[in-house]
Design a protein. Sequence first.
Length: 143
Amino acid sequence: MSTDSVPLERLEQDYGELIAERLAQAELIISSDLTLIECDRVLLRAVTLNELEESDAAHRQARFNAVAARWTLLSLDEEIVERARRRFPAEPIRAVDAIHLASAVVARKAVPDLAVLTLDRRVRTAADVFGFSLLPTDAELGL
């Protein structure tokens, strides 16, 4: 992704600014279609629970869609589903995370130096065992 992308909002997440910075610095962002679903569901849930106004959610969704339009998205194809169904080097891995990890494994065939951006400890451990570089770095996270 080029650095002229629409900036991401923090969305009240720890390390949100750091994640937004890493995404802005990336030359290429590859993600699963699942990421789009997850982000939409977070906003829908926040509105349903009255944690976010509908208009604010619509604004955030529009900003996210503008950013994600520049990403390379992987569909949940047979290869990704097959890999996600198998054991990972660091278990337990939740189903959603297994899909993200499987997507990364498949994407690395085309982009050998692909890094995995995640804050989830289990996903970081599994991705590290697979030999992926991790973003943010452990030092940036104080680990």
